[in-house]
Structure formats: structure tokens, C-alpha cells
Design a protein around this ligand. Sequence first.
Ligand SMILES: Cc1cc2nc3c(=O)[nH]c(=O)nc-3n(C[C@H](O)[C@H](O)[C@H](O)COP(=O)(O)O)c2cc1C
Length: 345
Amino acid sequence: MKETPEITSERKKDHLDVCLNEDAEFQNKNNGFEKYHFEHYAITEVDYSKMDLTTAFLDKEISFPFLISCMTGGVKESITINEKLAEIAEELKIAIGVGSQRQALEDDSYIDSYKAFRKMAPNVPLLGNIGAGEVACSSDIVGMGNRLIDMIEADALVIHFNPLQELFQKEGDTDFTGLLNNIEKLCGRIETPIIAKEVGSGIGKAAAKKLLEAGVKGIDVAGSGGTSWAAVEMIRNKNRNEYFWDWGIPTAECIIGVKKLKKKYKFDLIASGGIKNGIDVAKSLALGSDIVASANVILKHLVINSEEGVIDLIENWFEDVKRIMFLTGCANLNEFKTNKLKRGD
Ligand SMILES: Cc1cc2nc3c(=O)[nH]c(=O)nc-3n(C[C@H](O)[C@H](O)[C@H](O)COP(=O)(O)O)c2cc1C
């Protein structure tokens, strides 16, 4: 069946409904952070009142190393959600990503759901988004990349990799032939940085190395432990498969593997996938990531507790990060990244 803009939009609506109302979390696999703990440092000399988590991302200054992950767009319901998420990002001065822009390539009926981001968040790093399937089959990858970036005035373009989700999606795309070749073309011919991202199955070291060789400037590991996109599709199809529901590399493992590539390549390492509290954020940073991102927890919190609720949530997460930095004797993020974590199985 040929995909129409209406089918793409209907699917985005289903995804929102499932993520908000059903339990599409990993069942028997965690994000992996539970295996690590911080070592208390009794003689901390850090002045808690002077701690500052300001950092740079995509050439812009942000108040905390945090990104509201790419979620929705291309459906009526997403306009208000995206406006609110963008307002939160602007208020907190943090980065934000848009949901897949595929629908807007097909027609412009919901273009406002994408444009809402720059309108409400003019000053923060904004990430565009497109799936690996569209990248693989594009015959004009540079033209497509430019259209996506210009549409929302993006500071970077994210390509999301979701082979597991496509495998369990009724209308899924399971032919990715030509993908790396087109990524290489895109990275070579477009100045805006390209970031590679999974959606919950994780980018491991081997995949990350290929992507960095192709020229990407950021890896968002999006590992397992939070939302399972196999589960989302299985719930849509009413057809459960326990083994694949939990398929993927835990987020902590991804960070540790991908971080090793920092010795050879210059890139932003983004930790995401099952980030649910300030301790997960702190462990992500201490394991070596530059930025931390979260998706469904933020969306659910927005729907239940409104914008103020999400602002409080993120501020509290980073208050915990500061407490942990203080108790491990780290005055700044660079010190914190030099691994204060102990593995204790
Ligand atoms: C409602 C919803 C829609 C999403 N749509 C997209 C998308 O369009 N593009 C994308 O790269 N990721 C998308 N994601 C995946 C998230 O960005 C994230 O990688 C994944 O949910 C794992 O993070 P989490 O455990 O914090 O939810 C979506 C997530 C949610 C909850």
C-alpha cells in the first residue's frame, strides 16, 4: 500500500495515544544505570551556591545539558503539545527536537505543528528530524535535507534509526539499502550538523563508528530501558512478541561503548532512552555524555502537570545532578565527566 499524508498523520496520532495511555515500556530490561553507583567524597571543597551547569550545544549556550527529545508533529493534536514543549525549552534555555518531519514532506496540512517550535523557542538549539527509511530511499538527499532544515530553521538535523519499530509496524519500511551512502552525501554537502539517533534500541559502538566515519557530528544513543517502540507497534497491532518487546542495548552500555570513540572522533554524545529522574541524568553525564535527553516521561508529565510541572521536573532533576556533583567533589561538568562511577553488580 502506498503511504499517503493521511496514513502518516493517523500513525502519529496512534503513537501519541499509545505512548500516553498504554504501558509501552521495556518489561524485563532496564536502562543499565542501576549497575553503577557514585562514590561519596567526604572532603568536597565545592561551593554549592556557585555551581553552574551552563554548557554549549550546537554553538548556542544552554542552562543545563538537556534536550527535550524528538517526539511529535504532523497531526492536529501535536500543535498545542509542540507549542508548550517549545515554550518550556525557551523558558529553561535548553535544547529541543521536533518529531519526524516526514508528514510535512508529503503535504503541508500540519506544517504549523513543526513551525511552532521556532516560533515559541527562537533562541535555543532546535533539531530537525527524519527517519532513516526516508534518507535511504531519497534520490535527492541534499535537497531533502535543506528543505527539512529550512522548514524549521534547525540548528542540526537528526536522522532516526528505527529498524525494530519498522519491523513490527504493519505499514513498516524494511528496506534500508543505500542508507550509509546517502548519510555520507548529506554530511558532506550540508553545513548544518547531522546527528544520528535511535528510538530505544540503542546505538552501539560499531554502528556509531560507521556513522562517525560517514560524517555525523552527534550520536544520540537512545538506548533501551524506557519506551519500547516494538511495544508501541505491537500494541497498535494487538500482537505481542515478548522477545522483541525487550530488544535493544541498555542506555548505559551504549554510552560506555560510544564514548570510547571520542579518542578518535569529535562529536556530541547524547544520552537518552529511559531517562526518568535526576539520578539517571547524573549517571549519564558521569559516564561521559555531553547532553542528556528524555521523551515520553516529559510528554506524560506535560499532559498531567502542564508546563509549570515540566519546568519543575527538569529543574529538580538538575538540582539532584548538582547535589551529586557536590557530594563527589566535582565543581563543573568537565570534572564530573571524568568518571566518578563505580560498577557494582
Ligand atoms: C509520542 C512519541 C513520538 C515520538 N516520535 C519520534 C519521532 O518522530 N522521531 C524520533 O526520532 N523519535 C521519536 N520518538 C522517540 C523518542 O525521541 C525517544 O528516542 C524514545 O521514546 C526513547 O526515549 P524515552 O525512553 O525517554 O521515551 C517519539 C517518542 C514519543 C514518546
